[in-house]
Design a protein around this ligand. Structure first.
Ligand code: PBE
Length: 267
């Protein structure tokens, strides 16, 4: 129906991701800030969200998803962020590397690599696109490491090899973190570590580093998105600083949709 409101067209649904994601909390905040009480945020996963987006996009149907940058979706589809005049989604922030307390003493080599690790949204984009194109995360990481030996050597400069020491890195199955964590996993493997990449939910990822059952994660979106987790475990982890700058969160729609702002959802 041509005269239907945006809400009617999409059943007042915003397609979300995993409930532990900071993006879900920000979206709930937006629903309250913009007084969108008729709307519901659908919980799921990153994979379910991108599958729903793909399905709608291919039929040129309306859809509203929770999205973030860096993400391959902006390269694969013609999309736009809805403007957020009330600032519910906060400002741009950075992705931080987070180590368990004591990692520096126990595994100085891995600690140094994690501390040195730094790349750009373009770098991450290359790995993400490879995975999107059907490559396995391991293979995509392997190719990137091979093709970016100079960058990798900056992270590993002066770092000694080890002999099969076990290290456990946590991550959530967010497309951006699947890419970054597999790259770090490959770099640590090449240094001689016996690496386990442990896929968990966001809460357990932060809890695991705080209680020492995980050695590190490189998926700390700070200072806003993971603020709750970081303050809950304050003092129980070491923040190694940003590994990537310039992220963004928000509500994302295909460019063919005739709305520009979250405020347009109120009609
Ligand atoms: N994300 C991707 C995560 C952090 C990484 C934006 C979906 C979140 O919302 O917590």
């Amino acid at each position: 129906n041509e005269n239907a409101t945006i809400g009617e067209k999409v059943d007042y649904e915003i397609i979300g991701i995993d409930p532990g994601a900071g993006l879900m909390k920000a979206t709930s905040q937006a629903i309250s800030d913009y007084e969108l009480s008729d709307w519901k945020l659908v919980e799921g996963s990153s994979a379910a969200m991108t599958a729903a987006l793909k399905k709608a996009y291919n039929k040129e149907e309306p859809i509203i998803v929770t999205g973030w940058t860096p993400h391959w979706m902006f390269a694969a589809y013609d999309l736009k962020y809805l403007e957020d005049p009330k600032g519910s989604f906060g400002e741009d922030e950075n992705i931080h590397s987070i180590a368990r307390n004591g990692l520096k003493e126990d595994m100085p080599e891995a600690y140094k690599v994690l501390d040195n690790f730094h790349w750009t949204t373009e770098d991450m984009g290359v790995v993400m696109m490879d995975i999107y194109d059907g490559e396995s995360p391991e293979k995509a990481a392997e190719s990137w490491v091979k093709e970016n030996a100079d960058k990798v050597s900056e992270w590993t400069e002066g770092v000694d090899s080890v002999d099969g020491d076990k290290i456990k890195i946590g991550y959530v199955a967010w497309d951006s973190e699947i890419a970054s964590t597999n790259v770090i996993g490959k770099v640590l493997t090449d240094l001689g570590y016996d690496v386990t990449l442990s896929q968990v939910e966001a809460g357990p990822m932060w809890t695991g580093v705080a209680d020492g059952s995980l050695d590190a994660h490189i998926a700390g979106w700070l200072p806003i998105t993971h603020e709750d987790y970081a303050s809950k475990f304050e003092g129980k982890f070491e923040d190694l600083g940003p590994n990537l700058e310039g992220t963004k969160l928000g509500l994302v729609v295909p460019s063919y949709m005739d709305i520009d702002s979250i405020e347009d959802l109120k009609e």
